[in-house]
Design a protein around this ligand. Sequence first.
Ligand SMILES: [Zn+2]
Length: 162
Amino acid sequence: MMTEKQPAFVTGKRKYLFCGDHKGLERLTPIIKKVKKENISFEVVYLGEKEETDISMWMRNQKMGTFLYIAMEWSKLENFKHLAVECGFSEEEAQFIGHGVRMIDVFCCKCHQKTKIDSEGLGKLLTTCSRCHLKLSVSDHYSPLRGSYLGYATLDTGSDHR
Ligand SMILES: [Zn+2]
């Protein structure tokens, strides 16, 4: 279903920045090797030990023509994506690679509350709305407007052990 995106080498940049947690940097290694081999300048930053403000300063100080890679756990990737955009990196100047469990929001058709679930459950699992406790069938319809996947009421009125 939802395959993990593999980092791809975007050529022709003046400089490359590689940021990530342990697993993330591991996945970026093939690209780091290529950049090294071609003698292009680059920096590697382990995000596990940096404060967000440090990272933001560092990103803002980069020159034009710099390409950014961020490889993080899904749960943290969004934050860093926002941060990179704030610091002036466009979608064309950055690549974001997530790993691990990806949590997604399910939008309740009844009370409009969002409930977080593991994305593995997308399209096949049932979940329960965290506010109104309605049983929801998680569809694979993503609503950009809601920023979440739509959950529909299930007809299953079977045993409910609450
Ligand atoms: Zn609800």
